[in-house]
Structures are given as structure tokens and as C-alpha cells.
Design a binder for this molecule. Structure first.
Ligand SMILES: Nc1ncnc2c1ncn2[C@@H]1O[C@H](COP(=O)(O)OP(=O)(O)OP(=O)(O)O)[C@@H](O)[C@H]1O
Length: 234
């Protein structure tokens, strides 16, 4: 569903992503795990079509900046960007109109799951940061994307929303969506992932698959600290 080939991104002279290639298949959850400044948000913004880069990114076989690719994609950014003067309900209506989809009640069900249904008439500017983040998740999912990218999704969410979001990751995977989730918190990754790429200094320092034999040999946490604190991955 998502393929990156030799993606390199410079900010001026600063190399943020260094020749990155990987793919995420339908029904797969891929994690980008790395310390602050590793380049996770940058690669995600390249995929979402927000930055210029060298290399090649396709979504469902379409170039990432095409309309076809954008129909398949949901990008839920680290910092939610909601419209000050639209209500919660109007946000979902706006997305449905943009994607030309009928209201089949899915948006309302998402609001209920994230405890926003009773906030449906509140303006974006009057929502707390956590509520804005939950609304941003609902807006991202309402068009039933096939590739869902979350940048640091757990930060700022309450325990109910975190639980609901983890459930949602599993459901989306079961329904055949491809998920790419960036985080710097190993604990938040738990056991729902299929593959984790550990990112350091703009590169993939290691890739671990969620297979019992690999994890028995070394946990994700051990691998992460071996790489980020100077040890050598074996
Ligand atoms: N707009 C920008 N202009 C210049 N340099 C930038 C810009 N955004 C990020 N960088 C640099 O690119 C590198 C990668 O940053 P990025 O935000 O992608 O890391 P990250 O892994 O997402 O970090 P965090 O976990 O802190 O969000 C860092 O060295 C950062 O200083």
C-alpha cells in the first residue's frame, strides 16, 4: 500500500532523512521508533506530500502527491490543526463533502468512541488540546482511508482515548488498512505491531519483526537501547 524508494530530505544543509526505503502492506502495522530529532516526522510529512524530497513515494501504486493517493491516505499530525470556527459536527461534514461521501453514521460512531458526541456543537477553538486531537483522529478516519499515518498519536490523550485508539489500530489492521505509527515511547507500542523500524540520525538503524523467535532473542526495548545508547545490535 505504501512504498518508499531512496527517500532523502535535506532542510538546507541539514540531512533529516538519509536514503530511506521501506514498504507497508495492507493489513500491516509498521512502527517508526526513534529518539527526538531522528527524522520520524520528516519522513511522515514527505509521505503526506507536505515536503519536497528526493526519491520516490507511492500510495496504492500512485505517486504520493496525486489525488488518487490522497483519497487512500489519512495523516493524523502530531499537533492537531482544527478549524476555530467550525463545530465538531461541521468538521466531519466538511471532510465528507471534500471526499464526496454520504453520511452513513460512521462519523457519529467515531465521535461516540472518542467521547466527543456530546461536544458535537462546540467550536474547534473551544475544545481542549486532547479533544482537538481526538477530533483530528475522527476527521482522519471518516473517509475510510486505506493507509493511515499517525505521528505520535498517544501524546496528550487520556487513558480512555488511548485504549480506544489501540483497539482501533487492531480493527483497521483486521479490515486490511495499512498503518504507519511514529513514536518515541517504546511502552506505547506494546504488541499490536508487525514491524518496527528504529530510526536514528535520519536512517533506519534496525528493523525488527514481531515474531516470537526474534523477540525471544532480544526485546524491542533491548534493541532500541543497544542502538541509541551506543551498543551494537547483534
Ligand atoms: N522545519 C525544519 N527546518 C529545519 N530543520 C528541521 C525542520 N524540521 C525538522 N528539522 C530537523 O530535522 C531533523 C529531524 O527532525 P524530525 O522532526 O523529523 O524528528 P522526529 O524524529 O520527528 O523528532 P521528535 O520525536 O522530536 O518529534 C532534526 O535534526 C530537526 O532539527
Amino acid at each position: 500500500m505504501l512504498t518508499l524508494n531512496h527517500v532523502t530530505k535535506y532542510y538546507g544543509k541539514n540531512l533529516a532523512n538519509d536514503d530511506i526505503s521501506f514498504q507497508v502492506d495492507s493489513g500491516q502495522i509498521a512502527i517508526l521508533l526513534g529518539p527526538n530529532g531522528a527524522g520520524k516526522s520528516t519522513i511522515i510529512k514527505c509521505i503526506a506530500g507536505l515536503l519536497r524530497f528526493q526519491g520516490d513515494i507511492t500510495i496504492g501504486g500512485h505517486g504520493n502527491k496525486t489525488t488518487e493517493a490522497k483519497r487512500l491516505l489519512a495523516y493524523i499530525p502530531e499537533t492537531p490543526a482544527v478549524y476555530d470556527m467550525l463545530t465538531v459536527s461541521e468538521h466531519l461534514e466538511f471532510i465528507r463533502r471534500a471526499y464526496r461521501i454520504e453520511d452513513d453514521g460512521y462519523g457519529e460512531r467515531l465521535l461516540e468512541r472518542f467521547e466527543l458526541a456530546d461536544k458535537r456543537d462546540k467550536l474547534g477553538r473551544d475544545l481542549s488540546k486532547g479533544m482537538q486531537q481526538k477530533l483530528s483522529i475522527c476527521c482522519g478516519l471518516v473517509h475510510r482511508p486505506k493507509l493511515i499515518i499517525f505521528d505520535e498519536p498517544m501524546v496528550g490523550l487520556d487513558p480512555h482515548a488511548i485504549k480506544e485508539l489501540k483497539l482501533l489500530f487492531r480493527e483497521q489492521k483486521a479490515q486490511g488498512a495499512a498503518l504507519l505509527i511514529s513514536t518515541h515511547m517504546i511502552d506505547s507500542v506494546e504488541d499490536y505491531w508487525d514491524v518496527t523500524h528504529i530510526m536514528v540520525n535520519g536512517r533506519f538503524a534496525a528493523t525488527q519483526y514481531n515474531r516470537p523467535e526474534e523477540l525471544k532473542a532480544r526485546s524491542l526495548e533491548d534493541l532500541f537501547f543497544a542502538i541509541t545508547e551506543g551498543g551494537k545490535p547483534s
